[in-house]
Design a protein around this ligand. Sequence first.
Ligand SMILES: NC(=O)c1ccc[n+]([C@@H]2O[C@H](COP(=O)([O-])OP(=O)(O)OC[C@H]3O[C@@H](n4cnc5c(N)ncnc54)[C@H](OP(=O)(O)O)[C@@H]3O)[C@@H](O)[C@H]2O)c1
Length: 245
Amino acid sequence: MAGIAGKVVAITGASSGIGAATAEYLAERGARLVLGARRAERLTAVVDDLTARGGEAVGVVVDVTRREDLARLTDTAVERYGRLDVLISNAGTMAVSPFDELRQDDWDAMVATHITGLLNGIGAALPVFRRQGSGHFVNVGSTAAHVVKSPQGVYAATKAAVKVLTEGLRQESGPDLRVTLISPGFTHTEGVGKGASPETAAALVRQRDEIAMPPSAVAAAIGFAIEQPPGVDVGEIVVRPTAQG
Ligand SMILES: NC(=O)c1ccc[n+]([C@@H]2O[C@H](COP(=O)([O-])OP(=O)(O)OC[C@H]3O[C@@H](n4cnc5c(N)ncnc54)[C@H](OP(=O)(O)O)[C@@H]3O)[C@@H](O)[C@H]2O)c1
C-alpha cells in the first residue's frame, strides 16, 4: 500500500508537539490513527479535535516505559482497524541538565523513555508486522545524536542509541518491512526546556523562540517517509531550522 490514506498508524507521544502535529498531518490525509501518551486529557483533546474535523483517531493512555502499555497500543490498532501499518515511536523527554547537578532521575527517565520505550514498541509491533508481511517503524531521534551540545550529554546519548537501534533493526527487517529514522533539530514545542534545570530551560526556551521550526515541518518529513511505495525505504531524514548551527 503506497501513500497515507487508509494506513493504520500508531503514534507515541501524541498528546503534544511533534506527535500531535504528525497526527494532524496524517489524519488530514486519511490515515487511521491510534494515539498514545500519558496525559489522558491532552490526548482526548487531540483525538476530539481530529475527529471533529472528519479524521479517524482513537486514544490509548500509554506510558512507553511499560511493556504492556505498548502491547495495548498495537492491540488496539489490530482490534479496531484490523491491522497496523506504521508505528511512530516519538515519545520523549528533554529534561537536560549539566552532569554536576546529578539529576539522576532525569537521566533514568531519558534512558527509559527513549531506549526502553523504543524497544517496547519494537517488541509490540514486530510480531504484528511479521504476521502481516508488511509494516513500517518510524523512530524519532534528534540532531543531538549528530552534534553533542552541552548540557545535553545524556539526552544525546539516548538519541544516539535510537539511531543505532534503528539501523540495527533496518538490517534485520528484511525485504517486507521499512525502518526510518527522523532526526529533528530545534522544533517549537512545549517539550523544549520542560523538566530541564532552570538556567538551561531558560536558555533553551529563548533559543527555541528565536530559531525553532514548527512541528509541522517534522510531520511533513514523517509523511514523506510513509507515503513512499512499499519497496522504498527512507533511511533517515534530518530536518532542522536553517538557523541551527
Ligand atoms: N522539540 C525539539 O526541539 C526536538 C528536537 C529533536 C527531537 N525531538 C524529539 O521529538 C519527540 C517529541 O518531542 P516534542 O518536542 O514534540 O515535545 P513534547 O511536546 O513534550 O512531546 C513529547 C511527547 O512525549 C510524550 N511522552 C513523554 N514521556 C512519555 C512516556 N513515558 N510514555 C508515553 N508518552 C510520553 C508526552 O506526552 P505525555 O506527557 O502526555 O505522556 C508528549 O506527548 C521527542 O522524542 C523529542 O526528544 C524534539
